[in-house]
Design a protein around this ligand. Structure first.
Ligand code: BEZ
Length: 402
């Protein structure tokens, strides 16, 4: 066959294929006018830890987020939700690549994550540039709603400063004068300790020793020996997840729980009580949630979560559930048009979220303004003793939107 004959045979085949396709399409359109194009799904990318010391936190957030979507028939604002999950491993060094993967490769509409403050800082540097809608359901790094705040970045959890700050006054009011602090040395721990110290020293307390251990190490023995020799009035710590379980057990095993009172931000005893057992009994912490809050929303949520996940809800589940609530509010305001970002951002920023923790609003920097509860471990519950600080807002230092 000559070149020109080959070309004309090829173009005939192309024509026939196109013509047949057109005829089929015309027939379909004529005989089935009710077949309409389905709107594409809204893609939610989870950037959360599914391995390591924070694995249970990531699972709780994911499960509760999906629970809220399922309660709405799998659709928010009329759009079906689909998920992409990336294991952040709580590793800041991998966070930029992981975020770029979700934004550029997976082309998600919304990122929900992370848990770890170091991962959050790297993630937000990417999403504030790309403009991807971002909902942080845990990581408390101050800069996320501080110097790096952005219209498209929201948080449904807390700033690290928030849950710890009220405990400073609680302990000073009890006449405690000398405290030792102890944490994993990274942004979450350092900012949490900073909040406690600010309020404790403002009310007459002093810090006699500032102890730390690298994240996510759990070798506490030498630190516990040091605490025993100092004998302060109180020890205030930040630990969460698997590390919190180990720390509370080690503290009790060293006999310190009977001689040196231990306090912390509520992550120390949230989602951990079953594993901590007797070692956690009587521990007091401050947090924006308490298991036993008698609120219709909390009771309904706990029952639904237990049924869906097969385990009791904790603060991480609450924050994941509220991340989905916030996305629903945005999508409903935009009639499901996830590209209508201005509408979504406006409605999300001014939302009042009916959370299991109690209703809360967002500050101009998009961080929750919320009550911080004083809780005490009684049996398998972080029992609410009262409100340690009403409607506490993070200072949002450096945020140009605030
Ligand atoms: C954080 O890294 O921001 C964090 C992790 C676990 C619990 C609380 C805060």
């Amino acid at each position: 066959m000559t070149d020109s004959k080959m070309k004309s045979a090829q173009s005939r085949r192309t024509f026939l294929k196109t013509a047949t396709g057109a005829a089929t399409l015309a027939a379909t359109t004529l005989h089935a006018p009710y077949i309409m194009a389905q709107p594409s799904k809204v893609r939610v990318g989870f950037l959360l830890p599914y391995t390591g010391t924070y694995a249970k936190l990531g699972q709780a957030i994911t499960g509760a987020f999906k629970l809220h979507v399922d309660e709405h028939g799998g659709r928010l604002g009329g759009r079906t939700i689909e998920y992409v999950q990336v294991d952040s491993e709580a590793k800041p060094a991998k966070a930029t690549d992981n975020t770029n993967r979700l934004v550029n490769l997976e082309k998600v509409d919304v990122i929900v994550g992370p848990v770890h403050s170091g991962v959050a800082v790297a993630m937000v540097r990417v999403t504030r540039e790309s403009g991807t809608l971002t909902i942080d359901p845990n990581a408390g790094a101050g800069v996320v709603t501080g110097a790096l705040c952005a219209p498209n970045v929201f948080r449904t959890s807390f700033s690290n400063w928030q849950p710890s700050y009220p405990m400073g006054k609680v302990l000073a009011d009890r006449g405690m004068k000398k405290a030792v602090t102890l944490t994993w040395k990274y942004a979450a721990g350092q900012e949490a300790i900073g909040g406690f110290v600010q309020n404790f020293t403002a009310h007459g307390g002093s810090i006699v020793k500032d102890l730390w251990v690298p994240f996510p190490k759990v070798e506490f023995q030498s630190l516990l020996t040091e605490i025993a020799s100092i004998k302060p009035d109180a020890v205030f710590v930040f630990f969460a997840g698997g590390g919190a379980v180990k720390f509370v057990k080690d503290y009790a095993a060293a006999g310190l729980h009977n001689s040196v009172p231990l306090f912390g931000s509520g992550f120390l005893t949230d989602g951990t009580l079953k594993a901590q057992g007797d070692a956690a009994q009587g521990l007091e912490t401050t947090l924006h949630y308490g298991d036993g809050l008698i609120l219709p929303k909390n009771l309904a949520f706990r029952e639904a979560y237990l049924k869906a996940a097969g385990r009791e809800a904790d603060v991480y589940a609450v924050q994941g559930y509220d991340a989905a609530q916030l996305l629903r509010i945005g999508l409903e305001a935009a009639n499901g048009d996830v590209k209508a970002k201005k509408r979504m951002i406006e409605s999300m920023g001014s939302a009042e979220i009916d959370s299991p923790r109690g209703k809360f609003t967002l500050s101009k920097a998009h961080n929750p303004v919320q009550d911080i509860y004083l809780r005490k471990v009684v049996g398998m519950e972080n029992k609410v003793q009262g409100v340690a600080h009403k409607a506490l807002a993070d200072p949002a230092t450096g945020c140009k939107m605030a």
